[in-house]
Write a protein that binds this ligand. Structure first.
Ligand code: F6R
Length: 244
């Protein structure tokens, strides 16, 4: 695995946006796996800037988001779909038919999850998968546990994740406790993976992912089994990597 330590959040975001832009220029129909959350916001803002400056064309780009809350429709302001519209999709020339999201209000999640996997496969697989990391080491919403979920599944969120997500909701009771998430296998089948982490609160998870045992109890550690994965970190998130 490769590790790139950036001097701050903005530099990390611009470097990753630069790689995304380069990948889109090389492969116009790039299949891009996308995260939501606080971490990728400045990277999305940089992609929007590059588009507005005329340096990037998303007309053939195909996206697959990592996850969606169960119970929230795509127009719910707290849904990940709305987050993506506000932070990226509404500001670029991506075709709506090229945007893929798990359906949080499906009537049959088993079918929905299989259909999501099928749509990724039909598109030829994900070329570049971007990730954030949870404070507990989750990727997508694959929470720490005794086993590895291969494909997209309905998952229970841990209390730590529910608490971390509460900042996006008006009241803690509104935070969903389940989600639909790409599986670890879905993520690992991407050709190339970039994980971004910034801030002190991610330092321990980053340290365990990079230096600890490879285990589903720290899902991000499994990324070390992938042949092309790069962690982009700011100084705070990388601060425990040198410590014994
Ligand atoms: C979001 C996702 C999560 C987040 C992680 C970090 O789509 O899959 O794994 O990347 O929870 O969230 P932030 O960036 O808000 O700290």
């Amino acid at each position: 695995m490769n590790i790139v330590i950036c001097k701050n959040y903005l530099e990390m975001s611009c470097q990753v946006a630069g790689i995304v832009a380069e990948s889109i220029r090389e492969h116009v129909d790039l299949k891009l796996g996308l995260p939501t959350g606080e971490t990728p916001k400045a990277m999305y803002a940089e992609l929007v800037k590059l588009f507005r400056e005329g340096n990037l064309d998303f007309s053939e780009t195909v996206t697959f988001n990592l996850d969606e809350y169960v119970g929230l429709s795509s127009v719910d302001p707290n849904s990940f779909r709305c987050f993506m519209n506000e932070n990226l999709f509404d500001h670029i020339n991506i075709r709506s038919s090229n945007i893929h999201f798990p359906d949080g209000i499906s009537e049959c999640f088993e079918d929905e999850c299989q259909a999501y996997e099928d749509s990724i496969q039909k598109a030829g697989g994900i070329g570049l998968q971007l990730l954030g990391i949870g404070r507990n080491g989750h990727i997508g919403f694959n929470e720490p546990g005794d086993f590895i979920r291969d494909i997209t599944s309905k998952v229970n969120l841990t209390e730590d994740t529910i608490n971390a997500n509460a900042r996006f909701f008006k009241t803690p009771s509104e935070v969903p406790s389940t989600a639909v998430s790409m599986g670890i296998g879905t993520i690992m089948r991407a050709k190339s993976i970039i994980l971004m982490a910034n801030g002190d609160s991610k330092a321990q998870a980053v340290k365990e992912a990079v230096k600890g045992p490879i285990t589903p109890h720290l899902p991000a550690s499994l990324l070390r089994l992938h042949p092309d994965v790069t962690f982009f970190l700011d100084r705070e998130a990388s601060s425990l990597l040198e410590a014994k």
